[in-house]
Design a binder for this molecule. Sequence first.
Ligand SMILES: Cc1cc2nc3c(=O)[nH]c(=O)nc-3n(C[C@H](O)[C@H](O)[C@H](O)COP(=O)(O)OP(=O)(O)OC[C@H]3O[C@@H](n4cnc5c(N)ncnc54)[C@H](O)[C@@H]3O)c2cc1C
Length: 438
Amino acid sequence: MLTDAHVLRSASTDRSGWQGSDPAGVVRARDVADVQRLLAWAHRTGTPVIARGAGTGLAAGAVGVTGAIVLDLSGLDRIIDLDVDEQLARVQPGVITADVDAAASAHGLMYAPDPGSVGISTIGGNIATNAGGLRGAKYGVTRDHVLALDVVLADGTLVHVGRDTIKGVTGYDLVGLFTGSEGTLGVVVGATVRLIPRPVRTATAAASFADIAAAARAVTAIVRSGARPAVLEMLDGPTLAAIDALEGTSLREFGEALLVIQTDGFGAEEELDVIASAIAPLAASVQTATDAAASEALLFARRRALPALEALGRPLIEDIAVPRGRMAEAVERVAVIAREEGVRVFVFGHAGDGNLHPIIVTDHAAPDAPVPAGALAAAERIFALALELGGTITAEHGVGRLKKRWAQRELGADVHALHVRLKQLFDPTGILNPGSSL
Ligand SMILES: Cc1cc2nc3c(=O)[nH]c(=O)nc-3n(C[C@H](O)[C@H](O)[C@H](O)COP(=O)(O)OP(=O)(O)OC[C@H]3O[C@@H](n4cnc5c(N)ncnc54)[C@H](O)[C@@H]3O)c2cc1C
């Protein structure tokens, strides 16, 4: 257990920038028994415990509170085994997600969920937040790839839920329940994740559009075409301008919106041809690539979107989702909100999932400076808009401490009460990540 001031300070916040409090200590677990001992003690003494992976979360889920222990799981970072024939891997929670994919790749396999933070976040954090990623359009989110979990419950009991088979329906879906529970129901200390054959080839396209409405119509055309892209990302004009400013590119000259599309598998090129034909009537221009270097060049814009906005100021990263057919309306109304509140809002996101990231960029200021009122007002109106359009306030980053009030509104009184009862069942003394999610 560490109590150095700088360790406590860094555990008081995460990548959301939300400032919590210095915890009483940071415990770095060396093995599962450490986690069990800590929780048994915390349960007895009523001490709050906040599980933490890499602290890349954007919802203030893993941040310290006064008197709490932050339980750092990043040291449990072994891939225990990788079964090529069963196509699965057994991993500890602190493994960096990209390392699981790299290990799978050596055997022609892939761990599909690839959040933008794949190189810096842990698989335990991904499971706890049910993280999504670029390949979600075809392969789904983390929950679709978790077969079994080892979880330490609030009183220190270690349980194994799920099974290492592709199918199995005995009992309730506790793997599904723990996945996305943000450290409020138990601490994930091990996981069996599904691997899939690594696609033999990919084909990529970047398509520019005169406006965001045309790009959104193109997404519908792609869905209707019968093709299933692995990646289907959308960037709005202001985001393209920010990338141009940072990288010296001229993306915005081609249009006010960009779609980046990637197909994969044996028929990748044929599938991309189907998509290119479907969007041709709507697009201002379409560029395609089939070799790795040219594909990477087309994906470049998407990869540089967040750094480009970080160069402009301090980003508040939101992650709403709406039905795909309402994305254009969402982006247009976000622009109106930005004008009315006098703030800069940029939108990019996983269009294949209807998941939009409206990023409110405020001026660079001291990290602990309060967020300007206009930015907070814009965020509130964006959440309200997501719900009005039949969507959600958080598609992948989680509720954490930032969106609790809105989560209650989205869930409604009865379903929220059901969550509270579940929480009481799993954590009767309320020690697991108190103040987060519910
Ligand atoms: C540049 C950047 C890009 C990002 N892109 C994406 C993206 O594309 N998609 C996406 O979904 N997210 C994205 N994120 C958000 C973030 O990376 C994810 O939420 C990630 O899953 C968090 O993992 P972590 O290890 O950092 O967890 P932490 O931030 O440490 O914790 C996150 C939550 O999980 C809980 N937790 C962590 N480990 C455990 C455990 N072992 N058992 C129980 N609970 C645990 C914590 O208590 C907390 O509530 C991005 C973040 C950044 C900075």
